[in-house]
Design a protein around this ligand. Structure first.
Ligand code: SF4
Length: 72
């Protein structure tokens, strides 16, 4: 895993979660690293996607990849 990226909307809750960080491999695959898993042993470090229910979810800034929103 080499760099940060954006999280596809298909990741489910993680795409909108404060604790999610996208990690992109050299081959271009994107994984979600759940930073809350560092302090909560019930969470997986790399959750299986899409995540549809999660007790650790906290709304945060969108990290979703795709077209820009807003503007005129
Ligand atoms: S706390 Fe849950 S929703 Fe948030 S990043 Fe971790 S697994 Fe995803």
């Amino acid at each position: 895993m080499t760099e940060r990226g954006s999280i596809p909307a298909s990741a489910g809750l993680c795409a909108r979660c404060l604790h999610a960080r996208a990690v992109v491999t050299r081959r271009g695959s994107t994984f979600v690293l759940c930073e809350a898993s560092l302090t909560d042993g019930r969470l997986e470090r790399y959750p299986r996607l899409p995540v549809v229910r999660c007790h650790g979810f906290e709304p945060g800034p969108s990290k979703v990849s795709g077209p820009r929103q807003g503007g005129t």
